[in-house]
Design a binder for this molecule. Structure first.
Ligand SMILES: [Zn+2]
Length: 176
């Protein structure tokens, strides 16, 4: 199915409040959902993103896509079943242009759900793919990465100086 570029909702838009809504489960993966997924894939690629949640194109339904460089992953009604380890890295968001921040995430996740044909799937991700999956599942719950930065900063408010100057520079995170 050919996809078409949809407008990505950003936080400052008149309809930006949708980003704070909790997306609804998808009862049946029908033609309309497959069209939505096709459009999301085209929209993500056009924006050079590595992930996208349906709510970011203004549709608060529980579907995400991710492409961490190993091909597109589609998960309908995703549920995180396992998480392991932790990673700290830069993140951005197509719905919050120009903002990046350091977010702690699980290093590995296992996500259960359905694919674009409605079949049960299990997606295991590590590293960047794990980060993207967690970022997108947050979107489905109305949570944005800037919320995680704030939480991290509160926890980290250090007594001693952070070792920032000594740390190797990280490249800017990919926007999802
Ligand atoms: Zn995002």
């Amino acid at each position: 199915m050919r996809g078409y570029v949809r407008r990505i909702v950003t936080l400052g838009d008149p309809d930006g409040a949708v980003l704070r809504s909790r997306s609804r489960p998808i009862p049946v993966v029908d033609r309309a959902i497959r069209r939505l997924i096709a459009d999301m894939l085209v929209t993500m690629r056009r924006a050079r993103g590595v992930g996208l949640a349906a709510v970011q194109v203004g549709v608060p339904l529980r579907v995400l896509i991710a492409d961490a460089g190993t091909g597109p992953v589609v998960v309908v009604n995703p549920r995180t079943r396992r998480r392991r380890g932790s990673q700290v890295g830069q993140e951005g968001c197509l719905s919050i242009p120009g903002t990046y921040g350091t977010v702690r995430r699980a290093q590995e996740v296992e996500v259960h759900g359905r694919n674009a044909r409605g079949r049960r799937i299990i997606v295991r991700g590590a590293g960047l793919l794990a980060r993207v999956l967690q970022h997108e599942i947050d979107h489905l719950n109305g949570v944005l990465f800037i919320d995680r930065i704030a939480a991290e900063a509160r926890r980290a408010r250090p007594k001693e100086r952070p070792v920032g100057e000594a740390a190797p520079s990280r490249k800017a995170g990919s926007a999802v």
